[in-house]
Ligand binder design. Structure first.
Ligand code: NAD
Length: 248
């Protein structure tokens, strides 16, 4: 039920943190993986790791805020592997902390273009392929900030709240087409984004976690793989928190 042998996974933001952990997990469980990110160099390192573990992958440069990049990346994946079973739309950026009246328009636009519009663009092309082949699973990376407000983080929280609405609506659109669409809501996870967000003062983030530690990227990947597998066959439109209790 949990096997990904013969399945094809498409992952955005795969060069770092949560996306990287998910790419390695899919590959370790037999999946063929399209690893994509906005720059190519870090993908090469991941590529080497997947191949060293006997996995199969294709590395594709894809900036999710660029419509042509997304269309080409999905097409290249299907050209390489013949199908697209699991899509993990994970690429995202954090905001620079500012209260609403001080948010610069270009900073707002950048967050929305990557976190929200980028996910929509990916879903548009991934789901078109899933409809052609008769099914598939999409998982979008939202955040605990998709169900709670964040002081100084309005643009990020707005983008992640909207992602949950996008996820729920798409789940309804394709419920009868054998396509499930879910969201994972990470808490404070030990990734380069967290280092940037806390300015290196990780203890600040640990103090916010009821369980008293940061999550590991692999713990998010585990939930994503479960949702993508047949074990999650009755789960669609769900927002699954993997956050050590942060959202409580
Ligand atoms: P990360 O910075 O380690 O990795 C993010 C990856 O996304 C990077 O490889 C980056 O190059 C890529 N990326 C950024 N903009 C892109 C673009 N325009 N096109 C393609 N790729 C792009 O961060 P992470 O912590 O692994 O975050 C992954 C996702 O998890 C993000 O959506 C983030 O909002 C979400 N998230 C993270 C945390 C956390 O605590 N780390 C918590 C909640 C949600």
């Amino acid at each position: 039920m949990r096997s990904f042998t013969g399945k094809v996974a498409f992952i955005t933001g795969a060069a770092s943190g949560i996306g990287r952990a998910a790419a390695l997990a899919f590959a370790q469980e037999g999946g063929r993986v399209a690893i994509t990110d906005r720059t190519e160099a870090p993908l090469e390192q991941l590529r080497g790791e997947i191949e060293a573990g006997g996995g199969e992958e294709v590395a594709i440069r894809c900036d999710v805020s660029v419509p042509e990049d997304v269309e080409n990346a999905v097409a290249a994946t299907v050209e390489q592997f013949g199908r697209l079973d699991c899509a993990f739309n994970n690429a995202g950026v954090e905001n620079t902390a500012a209260p609403v009246h001080q948010i610069a328009l270009d900073a707002w636009d950048r967050i929305i273009a990557i976190n929200l519009r980028g996910t929509f663009l990916c879903m548009k092309h991934e789901i078109a392929q899933m409809l052609r082949q008769g099914g598939g699973v999409v998982v979008n990376t939202a955040s605990g900030a998709g169900i709670r407000g964040v002081a100084g983080g309005a643009s990020y929280a707005a983008s992640k709240h909207a992602l949950i609405g996008l996820t729920k609506s798409a789940a309804l659109d394709y419920a009868k087409s054998n396509i499930r669409v879910n969201a994972v809501l990470p808490g404070n996870i030990a990734t380069p984004m967290m280092d940037r967000f806390t300015g290196g003062d990780i203890q600040k983030a640990i103090d916010l976690e009821p369980v008293g530690r940061l999550g590991k990227p692999e713990e998010i990947a585990e939930a994503v793989l479960w949702m993508c597998s047949d074990l999650g066959a009755f789960v669609t439109g769900a927002s699954i928190s993997v956050d050590g209790g942060w959202s409580l």
